[in-house]
Design a protein around this ligand. Sequence first.
Ligand code: ADP
Length: 476
Amino acid sequence: MTQVLSVASECAPLVKTGGLADVTGALPGAMAALGVRMRTLLPGYPAVMRALGDAAEVMADPDLFGGPARVLAAKVAGLEMLVLDAPHLYARDGSIYLGPDGRDWPDNPERFAALSWVAARIGVEGVAGWTPDVIHAHDWQAGFVPDYLHIMGGTGRTGTILTIHNIAFHGLADPGKLATLRLKPARYTSDGFEFWGRISALKAGLMGADRLTTVSPTYAAELMRDEFGMGLDGVMRHRRAHLTGILNGIDEDAWNAATDPAITTYTTPAGKAANKAALRAAFGLPDARGPLCVVISRLTEQKGLDLLLDALPGMLAQGAQLALLGSGDPALEDAFRNAARDSNVAVRIGYDEALSHRMIAGGDAILVPSRFEPCGLTQLYGLRYGTIPLVALTGGLADTVIHASPAALGVGVATGVQFHPVTAEALRGALDQLCRLYADAPTWAAMQANAMRQPVGWAQSAAAYAQLYRDVTPAT
Ligand code: ADP
């Protein structure tokens, strides 16, 4: 049995701001059947501490980057958690990343260096008689794990993998923090974790981990290009032999239209009707001749929703409707609130897990016009529920949707609509095509049936991770 320590800043259902949490929350369960035991190290934010029941202290540190800390082991929501209880770093209300002023907490470098430090200690010393063969680090928050393992003499005894969920976030710190972060000054070079005069936790992981993964094959290829690499494309090219793209899956129990407690359950595309009526009622939308399109998203530049604002009038003119749930950039929030003055647009600013299920179940189509998208999950939920995805041709969106080209329609395999380049003009064209497909009821029904048949769970990807864990497990 391979023993793996997963290290992340989020893990569903305990704490989530995006897809990272879905993945770290689902992976341990998916791996269990494949002979991998996975424990997850997570910061002890207030919500996580509250969710801990009976927990045993398995490690202590009197001075972890400025205060006392301990590691608590507990089983929560079926997950084997190791929680880093360090009140001076994590006992803060509000966002896990941002202070009340909406900016990163100034000590974010220390907060997540501490997480990586403790992960490395667990790698070297073990906890309560358990020692991982592999540390699986997620994103910049776990980027220093290879460096710390090296400092503690653990290199060669513990394999390391870093998964890039989004290369846009680098975890930068001022070089004045080298000593505070317990990093080796000799590694502060362009071959190490130096990035344009700053310390980059992500680059540390990209340079130091045995193997790198990202969450779709297309994003893996894109990361080596300057349009997508966010300044790290050279590093990605340098490490291309050690980089693989493994698609995310979804939690098929949580997203199962036949058992979902948040919706009127259904097993065939036709069963969506009751959910659509309920969704229209909940959002105060009238009946319409076009498709009811839904969006569930962080409202940021990445997600391309400004393009949707541009394309909205054309879409409404064809009888389509929009229901959007999201939060983020205040300017986008305001713009969508304004757009909702049209009776065929409904907008909820906020975060609401149950509503997201009702929207996927009741929508005809889900729109994901992202400028870049490492994997994307909402299009996968859409496929599972027979809600046709309209997506930008990028990253995981390119890998998971079969575009309704004449060829795909001809052999009856289309599951959605893709557009490229990611511009308002191309999005308009895609929305036109969506409306035409929707008006052709037999074709639409066939696409829905195809979508619901497409595998979107973890089976294939879990096998790929299991192989990777075996590959990096040091020979004993
Ligand atoms: P990202 O990680 O970039 O935000 P993903 O598509 O990978 O994008 O994952 C987003 C996850 O967060 C999905 O599970 C999605 O349903 C969920 N989500 C995003 N915004 C909201 C919201 N406002 N309410 C409920 N769930 C949301």
